[in-house]
Design a protein around this ligand. Structure first.
Ligand SMILES: Cc1ncc(COP(=O)(O)O)c(C=O)c1O
Ligand SMILES: Nc1c(O)cccc1C(=O)C[C@H](N)C(=O)O
Length: 405
C-alpha cells in the first residue's frame, strides 16, 4: 500500500509540474495547505482580483458617478457585453448570449420561447428525467402556459422518444448527480430530424468542456455562471438564442429592458432585436460586474485544453480511488468513457454507508466535495485551479475515512 501511495504521489507531483494550468491556480483565492477544493461544480472559487474590481464598482461607479454609470461605466450594456465574453466559451458567435436572471428564469424563457416557435400540433415537451429539479418544475409550468404536456424521458431513451408530437426537448449537457455527459450534437440533430427544437442546460459543462452551440445548431441554451465560470454566489445566468431564431423569439417575460426603445417608455411593447430580447428588468449590476471581472481568468485559455486536463484529472482521481479505497466501499456512477464524462466524479457509497457522514468527515479532514441524497459523493474538478496532488490527496483521505482510520 505504501509503495503504491508513494508511486501515486510521485506521479501526481510529476503531472502537476508538467501542467500548463499550474500557474493559473495562483489567480484564485484558495487555502492550499488546508483544503482541497473539489466543489467548483457547485460554487467556483473566487478569482483574487475580483474584490478590488468590485470595490471600484461600489465606491467609484456607484459611490461617485451614481446614475451616470449606466452610460459612463457601461452598466446598461453589461448583459450583452458579458454575454459576448461567455459566447466563445460555449462555442457561440457574438450577439447570441445575454446575461441576467437565474438559470431557472432562463429555462422558462427558453422553453416557452421554443414552444412558441413550434406548431400547436406538437403537444409534448420532453425533459430528461434525471434533470436538476428546477428544469423539470419550470418545464411543467411552461408546458401548461403553452398548451403542452411534459414527458419525462430517461436520457438514453430521448432519441427514441422524439417524434411528430415533440415540440421541444430540454436536456442537461452534463448530469448534476452522475457527471454523465449527454450527446449534445447527436440529440440536437435527432430533435431537428423529428422537427423539434433543442434547449440545453449547460450549468455543468460551460467552462469545463467544449460545448459548440453554433457548430451543432443548438436552438436555445441556458447556464449558470457560479460553477466553472467562477462568477460568485448567485451570479447571473445566461440565455443563448441562436441567431436564426432571434427575430421570431417571443419572450414570455417581455420586460422593459427587452424593449427596442426602453427609454421611450411607451405603453406598447416592441421587442429589441438580437440577444437583448432575452433581457427582462434592471440587471443586477454588482453580481454582473463581479462575473465580468471573474471572466478575466479565461484570457488566453482554450476550452479544449481545459477539457484535456479535466479528463486527465478525473482519470487520475479514479485510479487513486481504486488504489486507496477498500474494495466494495464505493462505486463510480460517472462513466469511464471519456465522451460520456463531464468534469466531476460521483461515487456511490455501498454497504449502507452514510454518504452524508462520509462527506462531513472528508470536509473536516480538508477535502471539500459535496453530497447528494441518498448516497452520492460528488467531487468536482475545475481544471483552472485543481491539481493532480489535490486529486491524490482527496482519494487518499477518502480511503482513510472509509477504512475508519
Ligand atoms: C443543471 C442545473 N440547472 C439549474 C440549476 C439552478 O438554477 P438557478 O441558477 O436558477 O438556481 C442548477 C444548480 O443549481 C443546475 O445544476
Ligand atoms: N445554486 C446552488 C445554491 O444556490 C446553493 C447550493 C448549491 C447550489 C447548486 O448550484 C447546486 C448544484 N446545481 C448541483 O449541481 O447540485
Amino acid at each position: 500500500m505504501s509503495e503504491a501511495l508513494n508511486d501515486l504521489q510521485r506521479h501526481a507531483a510529476a503531472l502537476d509540474s508538467a501542467d500548463a494550468f499550474a500557474k493559473h491556480r495562483d489567480l484564485f483565492a484558495l487555502d492550499d495547505a488546508d483544503t482541497v477544493y473539489l466543489d467548483g461544480n457547485s460554487l467556483g472559487a473566487l478569482p483574487r482580483h475580483v474584490p478590488d474590481r468590485i470595490a471600484d464598482v461600489v465606491t467609484r461607479q456607484w459611490g461617485e458617478l451614481r446614475i451616470r454609470s449606466w452610460d459612463e461605466s457601461g452598466w446598461w450594456t453589461a448583459p450583452e457585453r458579458i454575454g459576448d465574453r461567455i459566447a466563445p466559451l460555449v462555442g457561440a458567435a457574438a450577439g447570441q448570449v445575454v446575461v441576467g436572471d437565474s438559470t431557472s428564469v432562463n429555462v422558462f424563457k427558453a422553453v416557452v420561447g421554443a414552444a412558441r416557435l413550434s406548431p400547436e400540433s406538437r403537444d409534448e415537451i420532453l425533459v430528461d428525467a434525471s434533470t436538476f429539479p428546477t428544469d423539470g418544475y419550470i418545464a411543467e409550468s411552461a408546458a401548461r402556459m403553452t398548451g403542452r404536456r411534459v414527458v419525462p424521458v430517461a436520457p438514453g431513451d430521448l432519441r427514441a422518444a422524439l417524434g411528430p408530437r415533440t415540440a421541444v426537448a430540454l436536456v442537461n449537457h452534463v448530469d448534476y448527480r452522475t457527471g454523465r455527459r449527454h450527446d449534445l450534437p447527436g440529440l440536437t440533430a435527432a430533435a431537428h430530424e423529428a422537427g423539434a427544437l433543442a434547449v440545453w442546460d449547460l450549468c455543468h459543462s460551460a467552462g469545463a468542456l467544449p460545448v459548440g452551440l453554433d457548430a451543432h445548431d443548438v436552438d436555445f441554451a441556458v447556464g449558470c455562471t457560479y460553477k466553472y465560470l467562477n462568477g460568485g454566489p448567485g451570479s447571473p445566468a445566461y440565455l443563448y438564442v441562436a441567431e436564426r431564431h432571434q427575430a421570431a423569439f417571443d419572450s414570455p417575460l417581455p420586460g422593459w429592458n427587452s424593449h427596442s426603445d426602453p427609454f421611450g417608455m411607451t405603453p406598447g411593447y416592441a421587442p429589441a432585436d438580437g440577444a437583448a430580447r432575452g433581457r427582462v428588468g434592471t440587471p443586477d449590476i454588482l453580481s454582473m460586474l463581479a462575473l465580468e471581472a471573474a471572466l478575466d481568468v479565461w484570457d488566453g485559455v482554450g476550452v479544449e485544453d481545459v477539457r484535456e486536463k479535466s479528463l486527465a484529472l478525473t482519470d487520475f482521481f479514479l485510479e487513486c480511488v481504486d488504489t486507496y479505497v477498500p474494495a466494495g466501499r464505493v462505486t463510480s456512477v460517472t462513466p469511464a468513457a471519456h465522451e460520456e464524462r463531464g468534469s466531476q466524479v460521483s461515487l456511490r457509497c455501498e454497504d449502507g454507508a452514510d454518504a452524508g457522514a462520509v462527506m462531513r468527515e472528508l470536509i473536516a479532514r480538508g477535502v471539500v466535495g459535496d453530497f447528494r441524497r441518498p448516497d452520492v459523493l460528488r467531487f468536482g474538478f475545475t481544471p483552472l485551479y485543481v491539481g493532480f496532488c489535490d486529486a491524490e490527496r482527496a482519494a487518499r483521505v477518502l480511503g482513510e475515512v472509509l477504512a475508519g482510520s
